[in-house]
Design a protein around this ligand. Structure first.
Ligand code: COA
Ligand code: AMP
Length: 630
């Protein structure tokens, strides 16, 4: 055990020495010459000159060092009734073959591959196969609709797209191939090949020569070995929501990422090689990338791939069943998942059927952890329940209680303390550092540690503008927070128009763009309002064009369906209110924050720059009248 304060201080006082030491915990083909350098655009890069391969670190080296027979991957799919297991040696074999498939299709180091697949082992094979041959993968969450996939295809410009015939959402079949066909029709970038993994419950129609059957290609392919890549070469791109409707392509490099994964598994999650680690998330999100795939495997753990929901697959006991059946040591999910469990099993009856002796910690992230959920879990499991905070951009936790270093007392409402490598400060609007218990914008003193985003894919200007312009010398996380006198950090919300729906990060601007494209709509605003189970849900305010002659209910349903079809059902966009006008500042900015405060029943004050207070009052009445159904 280490002393947290001392360990953290070392990482801040001398980051280069600190991260040089940590870099020794992974196997390099060539140890980096420098720790921290600047790239051509003046951004920090870690481990230049280092050579490695992330797939080698996740698989080959464990087999070489005698872990070949240990389970690497457990697949548990209550939606299909299927279970499967792969040892490290078996997983390596599968990955070698998928890497061979990509090589056969002409995919080379530096090429991009889009993976739009459900939670099946082939998705993990595909990610690791890309890493093996130095290709850059971009996994697109299966819950996004065709349009969102098309936007990502056009930005990533993949050579090959890997998909499956479909996914299962409890009992509902999601025909992935149809969505892919629609996306490719919409995208301007032409993908050379689409490889389809056929699932028994839904058959995809292939369009040769573009479309290729996964298993046929696998049978014709030879295993491919790993290639040496630079530490600064890109491992993957993951798209996340920003303040505009266009997603940001967060880049992750190989060297910094591998060190951060190893570091976080050991020190944050307190996991040991050989442990069973389960992140009940989706591979399409950053949590899935880091803690279903790369973190546990690089650290030599057994990881679990769960294709199901916390409830209704088949009941609210699924989590406990899996935790017990596979002797899970460390578990990670989003608070919303447990809120869904609590709703169906408030007394925790299901838990009592299972033996959870192996379980040491439950980690929660992705959204604010409400005290009720935290307490319920603490009382039921009697183990530490650890709320921790991070973002797609960081790729690994930035604020956490860290049992691998020193387990600190839990303070409900706080994600605990800054992780080594992160010097967290709270700034006011003018960039002044705030004192204890003063709320402001959460920023991080540069340099960011290894594993964090080095840039946005093909969008350096946006990278600069989004994260570094407002507070030079700092990374701006866009969350509001305060730090108490003991150094515990309390996240209070987002500063921008990002909302968090059931742990899914979405941009209200994307929804607004879809609504605004309707010919009956003059203007609109979308805000996230508090929801008991999902944390937040979006609600739309729509002003109709003069002379529009359409049944209001018909239009509302049309708008809801448009969002579902263009963005995806995950947005849970189900409520639209027709307004006469929208409240604005004199410069024309819609008062979304004030509207949000009204909808959440919080105290609010109209800004002094308001254009017309009467309009705000009209909106307040509209919200209050509709409150019971929000
Ligand atoms: N593919 C296609 N559709 C998907 C999907 C996917 N991968 N994931 C969700 N959807 C659809 C659902 O079927 C649902 O559609 P519907 O409106 O037709 O019912 C809609 O999107 C909303 O889904 P979801 O957010 O899952 O809501 P839910 O009410 O079905 O379940 C929870 C609620 C809380 C159980 C669920 O949201 C959950 O498990 N959340 C945890 C999320 C998580 O792990 N986030 C990662 C952060 S660490
Ligand atoms: P994502 O990039 O999808 O992981 O979303 C990151 C955002 O989710 C953060 O900026 C926060 O707004 C929110 N978030 C993540 N974890 C937490 C947490 N533990 N507490 C509060 N908010 C969180």
């Amino acid at each position: 055990m280490k002393d947290y304060k001392d360990f953290h201080l070392k990482s801040i006082e001398n980051p280069q020495t600190f991260w040089q030491e940590q870099a020794k915990s992974i196997d390099w083909f060539k140890f980096p010459e420098s720790m921290l350098t600047k790239d051509a655009e003046g951004f920090d890069r870690w481990y230049e000159g280092g050579k490695l391969n992330t797939c080698y670190l996740a698989l080959d080296r464990h087999v070489e060092k005698g872990r070949g027979e240990q389970l690497a991957l457990i697949y548990d799919s209550p939606v299909t009734g299927k279970k499967d297991q792969f040892t490290y040696a078996q997983l390596l074999h599968e990955v070698e073959l998928v890497a061979g498939m990509l090589v056969k299709l002409g995919v080379k180091k530096g090429d991009c591959v889009v993976i739009y697949m459900p939670m099946i082992p082939q998705t993990i094979f595909a990610m690791l196969a890309c890493a093996r041959i130095g290709a850059i993968h971009s996994v697109v969450f299966g819950g996004f609709a065709a349009h969102e996939l098309a936007v990502r295809i056009d930005n990533a410009e993949p050579k090959v797209l890997l998909t499956a015939s479909g996914g299962l959402e409890i009992e509902k079949v999601i025909p992935y191939k149809q969505l892919v066909d629609n996306a490719l029709e919409e995208a301007t970038h032409k993908v050379e090949h689409v490889v389809i993994f056929q699932r028994p419950f839904v058959k995809a129609t292939l369009q040769p020569p573009r479309d290729i059957d996964w298993n046929e290609l696998r049978n014709q392919s030879k295993p491919a070995t790993y290639v040496e890549v630079d530490a600064t070469d890109i491992l993957y791109i993951i798209y996340t929501s920003g303040t505009t409707g266009k997603p940001k392509g967060v880049m992750r490099d190989n060297g910094g990422h591998a060190v951060a994964m190893e570091f976080s598994m050991k020190y944050i999650y307190g996991a040991k090689p050989g442990d069973v680690y389960w992140a009940a998330s989706d591979v399409g999100w950053v949590v899935g990338h880091s803690y279903i795939v790369y973190g546990p495997l690089i650290h030599g753990c057994t990881t679990i791939l769960f294709e199901g929901k916390p409830v209704r697959t088949p009941d609210a006991g699924t989590f406990w069943r899996i935790l017990s059946e596979y002797n899970v040591n460390v578990f990670f999910t989003a608070p919303t998942a447990f809120r869904a469990v609590i709703k169906e099993d408030p007394e925790g009856i299901f838990k009592k059927k299972y033996n959870l002796d192996a379980l040491r910690y439950i980690f929660l992230a992705g959204e604010r952890c409400d005290t009720g959920t935290l307490k319920w879990l603490e009382d039921l499991t009697e183990i530490p329940i650890i709320d921790h905070w991070w973002q797609t951009e960081s790729g690994w936790p930035m604020i956490s209680n860290m049992p691998g270093i020193e387990l600190l007392p839990v303070k409900p409402g706080s994600s605990a303390v800054a992780v080594p490598g992160y010097e967290i400060v709270i700034l006011d609007e003018d960039g002044n550092k705030l004192g204890s218990n003063e709320e402001g914008e959460l920023c991080i003193q540069l340099p960011l540690p290894p594993g964090t985003l080095p840039n946005l894919w093909r969008n350096t200007e946006r990278f600069k503008a989004a994260y570094f312009e407002k507070y030079p010398g700092f990374y701006n996380a866009e969350d509001s927070a305060y730090i108490d006198e003991d150094g515990y950090i309390f996240i209070t919300g987002r500063m921008d128009d990002i909302i968090n729906v059931a742990g899914h990060r979405l941009s209200t601007a994307t929804i607004e763009e879809i609504i605004a494209s309707n010919t009956s709509v003059a203007e609109c605003a979308v805000i996230g309002v508090a929801d008991e189970m999902k944390g937040q849900i979006p609600i739309g305010f729509v002003v109709l064009k003069d002379g529009v002659n359409i049944e209001t209910e018909e239009l509302i349903q049309e708008l809801i369906q448009n969002v579902r079809h263009e963005l995806g059902a995950v947005a849970s966009f189900k409520k639209v209110l027709i307004a006469k006008r929208l409240p604005k500042t004199r410069s024309g900015k819609i008062l979304r924050k004030t509207m949000r405060a009204i909808a959440d029943g919080k105290a609010f004050k109209a800004p002094s720059t308001i254009e017309d207070p009467i309009v705000l009052e009209e909106i307040r009445v509209l919200i209050v009248q509709n409150q019971p159904t929000i």
